[in-house]
Design a protein around this ligand. Structure first.
Ligand SMILES: Cc1cc2nc3c(=O)[nH]c(=O)nc-3n(C[C@H](O)[C@H](O)[C@H](O)COP(=O)(O)OP(=O)(O)OC[C@H]3O[C@@H](n4cnc5c(N)ncnc54)[C@H](O)[C@@H]3O)c2cc1C
Length: 558
């Protein structure tokens, strides 16, 4: 997977996907597997937009029972199978609980019915899954069992808890990349740091995309009669530049924090917040906004809060106010946590589609989030032939949406979409490599799954690449070399944040960054000033994901 713009420049494709988030990546793979000559362009790095900022939960679909939305439950189940077929090593079933109180919607009887109904609707969810990925059945826990998981859960009126299984995507960045790499095995072409400036339309028909290279000074056209706009929160920006209609939805800023504490080891926990929330799509509309605690790498990701952004503003800066708001809520609903700013090691913020608020409501009310992903066919909507827009609302359902795009284009393909997905089986030579190195470098198979052989090949060719650049989490020089040679990493941030596990839970120190940059310099011919620039860029990224107070503390300690 090499970045070679000559493969895109003035070439004729069947389709171009704009945006390398999870929706772009899944549709790219789906259409490549269906035999289309397809290209994908991403203006930053693959998976660096909203898709890098999530609770990392593959929703089982249970929550959609409150909307009585069986279509969406089935969509989640279909997607889960596709994710599982693509990268089973990146998915871990996660037991989740929600405490039960009284006899209302949050009571044991209602929850018991919901769990039974969900088990019926999702009876095939483990079909074809390897044993490690099988999700258990939902059940009701006793009060004692619930308090054993969360001793600080409000005990007054507590009757027990509903337990069900969602899945944790251990590394969403590598999951997004897995779909892109799978498309490349079908001779698709892609490039990161290549921006779509304008969709070329003549006589109300799409002709391609004008693009500019953000790493050089070139601009050129990619020709295709079909463009799929999967630019996430930036969809409208491209449409406006292409003189299309702006999207009808507004955006809301969504924020999670990562704390350096395992609050509920091994369990996801949903606790009702203190603020009222009206869900206009739910069968039972009024309730409390839910806070979810997801266990991740001995830490906890907590979220999500939502706020309207100003107009179509696409900036996502996490402020002290955002962090303090989450800490205050968590300490109210789970006082035992006693979280402070010092516990926060990182935050995630992204923009998600929300219903457009009316006038005065904009800044005061909790945003109403859009619940359904949409595929807009502009032939029908605006009479422009050859333009599809994907407005995705969940990481979870992206593969199912990609299948719908394929069906819309009547491009054929496998019956359930999973047949062409799965990881490549290892050949004899690859199996020998796994035998030779798998046990010695255990983390490699866990992080890279079947792609581990790419790294073992590098080690076999040069044992010096088996040296550790970091120990916790472990990182070999061969992983960095592989990221550059096989996974189109062109910046230090690509390797630290998205190709390897080295920076996913916090900023590596300067010494480690320098070691990683040193290996990249050997591959890419960087000089000393370039290395310094790359390190500064990574440090700035982490600083931007902490509140102002922590940013200042970090600056002082550096
Ligand atoms: C805090 C938070 C928590 C969340 N938690 C969950 C969760 O637990 N589970 C879940 O299922 N979902 C979750 N979501 C929702 C989920 O993350 C998003 O729905 C999903 O990632 C959106 O993917 P996307 O591909 O549509 O957008 P993006 O990931 O934003 O991808 C769009 C891409 O297009 C690129 N782009 C933009 N303009 C251009 C251009 N002109 N040219 C080329 N490329 C361009 C961008 O750089 C970007 O990479 C969460 C979201 C947030 C913000």
């Amino acid at each position: 997977m090499k970045r070679d713009l000559s493969l895109l420049r003035d070439h004729q494709f069947d389709a171009v996907v704009v945006g390398g988030g999870i929706h772009g990546a899944t549709v790219f793979r789906q259409l490549a597997a269906a035999g289309l000559k397809i290209a994908l362009i991403e203006r930053n790095d693959f998976g660096s937009g909203t898709s890098a900022n999530s609770l990392k939960i593959l929703h089982s679909g249970l929550r959609y029972l409150q909307h009585l939305n069986f279509h969406r439950i089935r969509e989640s189940i279909r997607s889960r199978k596709l994710f599982m077929a693509m990268a089973p090593h990146l998915i871990k079933p996660m037991p989740c609980i929600m405490p039960t109180y009284g006899l209302g919607l949050q009571g044991r009887p209602v929850m018991a019915i919901a769990l039974t109904l969900f088990d019926l609707v999702g009876c095939d969810r483990n079909q074809g899954a390897p044993p490690a990925n099988r999700a258990g059945r939902g059940r009701i826990l006793s009060r004692r069992e619930c308090l054993a998981i969360g001793p600080g859960i409000k005990a007054e009126g507590l009757t027990g808890a509903a337990l069900w299984y969602d899945d944790m995507i251990v590394n969403t960045e590598r999951m997004t990349l897995a779909f892109i790499k799978a498309a490349m095995r079908h001779d698709a072409v892609c490039a990161n740091y290549l921006q779509a400036d304008r969709i070329i339309i003549a006589d109300r028909e799409v002709r391609g995309v004008e693009v500019s290279d953000r790493l050089g000074n070139t601009a050129f056209a990619i020709n295709a009669p079909l463009v799929i706009n999967a630019a996430g929160p930036w969809l409208g920006e491209i449409q406006r530049r292409s003189r299309q209609l702006p999207t009808t939805e507004d955006l809301a800023k969504a924020v999670n924090i990562v704390v350096d504490r395992a609050l509920f080891p091994g369990y996801g926990v949903g606790l009702a917040g203190s603020t009222d929330y009206v869900d206009r799509d739910a069968a039972f509309k009024r309730g409390k906004r839910l806070y979810f605690f997801a266990p991740w790498q001995n830490r906890t990701i907590i979220g999500t809060t939502y706020k309207y952004t100003a107009g179509q503003d696409t900036a996502t800066i996490v402020t002290d106010e955002d962090i303090v708001e989450i800490l205050r809520e968590v300490n109210t609903i789970y006082p035992m946590a006693r979280l402070t700013m010092e516990d926060v090691i990182f935050s995630h913020a992204g923009l998600v589609p929300a219903y457009r608020p009316t006038g005065s409501v904009r800044h005061s009310a909790a945003p109403q989030m859009v619940k359904h992903s949409k595929i807009i066919d502009h032939t029908r909507q605006d009479g422009i032939k050859g333009l599809l827009t994907i407005e995705g609302v969940k990481y979870t359902t992206a593969p199912a949406i990609a299948r719908e795009v394929e069906q819309l284009l009547a491009a054929g393909g496998s019956a359930d979409g999973t047949a062409a997905v799965g990881p490549r089986p290892h050949g004899f030579a690859d199996r020998r490599l796994v035998e030779a190195y798998g046990r010695r470098f255990r983390h490699i198979e866990q992080v890279y799954g079947p792609d581990c052989v790419e790294i073992f090949r590098i080690i076999a060719a040069d044992e010096r690449s088996a040296c550790y650049l970091r120990l916790d989490p472990p990182l070999l020089a061969a992983e960095v070399i592989n990221a550059v040679r096989e996974e189109m990493a062109v910046k230090l941030s690509d390797v630290v944040l998205r190709r390897t596990d080295s920076g996913t839970t916090g900023c590596p120190d300067r010494h480690d960054l320098r070691a990683i940059a040193g290996v990249m310099a050997g591959e890419l011919g960087w000089d000393e000033p370039r290395i310094e620039r790359e390190i500064a860029e990574v440090l700035a990224h982490y600083a931007g994901n902490l509140g102002l107070k922590r940013r200042e503390e970090n600056r002082e300690s550096r």
